[in-house]
Design a protein around this ligand. Structure first.
Ligand code: XIL
Length: 371
């Protein structure tokens, strides 16, 4: 009887330990090295999609707004700010003690048309555009002072070949729109970290251009804390060696590296597709959507290996990296179901369409546990 009782206690303990082991979240282990974040859409941060919050609480310690802190959401009309959804995500983070990262202050995309034209519909002049940028930054960064740890101040200013993107920002102001934006953000919240964020950052020419920019800002005494590598990657791009080289290069410029929008596109894409420019939009064809009924085992294994290769890089470069951020929680949330082709079934994230963690989550945790 006594022996049975002991065995029972041991079994219970074992079960308890097992459950506990299962329950360790990504942030509990990876969080020893860097912030572990996810983007949230507005249905998640408002709890209308109530399944997301428990996953966030369990696995993540940082959050980015997928859309609601962009210019078109915050200032849809000139001087007419709408903070409803942005406040919602700020409250979501405050209630759960999550680090909130701001995305993004200056970008050529998801910016309302009025921003670049005057009342007559003519392109605005340099001084007026600078004034608008400064006003937007002062208002937004000022409002979230003390609540946002750091901002993506400028997003996607370079083309993949390293030239400046010929956006209205560059065309109207010139390349110093970057410096102007960073200075304005620092003035609005001297304690906020400031980041430059872009895609295709493994490309050597783009890497070199971003490094030059970081060095120039630093020489001028402009605050910049980190470079964000969006990391919208595929199964076979970018090359891991190039990706790793970029982490080293950015760190060598004296900034931290952030992996800011990580997801893995497993679907085939038209030849012309490249980078992560949100304007890309190709017509739907059945052949671009081969896994609508599920990912074949072989692809799932390839995907799992890709996750592990990437996280192994983050593990080895942990001293240079201050945040690894997924671009969404579960597969059905991902923008990659609709970009660059609308209406596909993609599998780019760490949780499945029921918000259930994929087996790779435990493997990633193990990778960092034996570190
Ligand atoms: C994407 C969002 O995920 C989509 O919901 C939206 O329709 C378009 O923008 N680079 C960025 C992100 O910096 O803001 C983009 O997010 C993805 C590419």
């Amino acid at each position: 009887m006594r022996t049975n009782y002991k065995l029972f206690i041991i079994a219970l303990l074992g079960l308890g330990l097992h459950v506990q082991a299962q329950e360790v979240g990504l942030k509990d282990v990876l969080g020893r090295y860097f912030l572990v974040g996810t983007s949230l859409n507005q249905w998640q941060s408002s709890l209308r999609d109530f399944q997301a919050a428990p996953v966030v609480e369990h696995h993540f310690n940082a959050v980015v707004a997928e859309n609601v802190m962009k210019v078109d959401a915050l200032q849809p009309a000139s001087g007419d700010f709408d903070f409803h959804h942005a406040d919602e995500i700020a409250d979501f983070c405050k209630q759960r003690q999550l680090t909130l990262i701001g995305h993004c202050l200056v970008w050529h995309s998801q910016v309302p048309a009025w921003f670049f034209v005057d009342k007559q519909g003519q392109t605005v002049g340099r001084e007026e555009l600078i004034a608008r940028i400064k006003n937007h930054i002062a208002t937004v960064v000022g409002r979230y002072r003390g609540r946002v740890r750091g901002w993506d101040v400028v997003n996607e200013a370079f083309l993949d070949d390293g030239r400046m993107r010929p956006s209205p920002l560059y065309n109207i102001i010139g390349e110093d729109f970057i410096e102007i934006a960073f200075r304005a953000a620092h003035e609005a919240d001297p304690d906020a970290e400031l980041y430059y964020n872009d895609y295709s950052m493994a490309l050597p020419q783009k890497r070199a251009a971003v490094c030059r920019m970081v060095r120039r800002l630093k020489e001028k005494g402009v605050r910049i804390d980190a470079v964000g590598m969006q990391s919208h990657v595929g199964l076979d791009y970018p090359s891991l060696a190039d990706y790793e080289a970029s982490i080293d290069s950015f760190a060598a410029c004296g900034v931290k590296v952030m992996i800011t929008e990580l997801d893995i596109n497993v679907l085939p894409n038209p030849m012309e597709f490249g980078g992560a420019g949100v304007e890309q939009d190709f017509a739907y064809q059945q052949r671009w959507n081969p896994y609508a009924d599920g990912l074949p085992q072989e692809k799932a294994m390839e995907l799992e290996q890709r996750w592990l290769d990437l996280f192994d890089i983050y593990r080895r470069h942990a001293a240079q990296i201050s945040r690894v951020n997924l671009w969404g929680i579960a597969d059905h949330n991902s923008w990659l179901n609709n970009w660059p082709i609308h209406g596909r079934t993609n599998y780019p994230l760490l949780f499945d369409r029921q918000y259930k963690e994929k087996p790779v989550v435990r493997k990633i945790i193990s990778l960092f546990e034996c570190f």
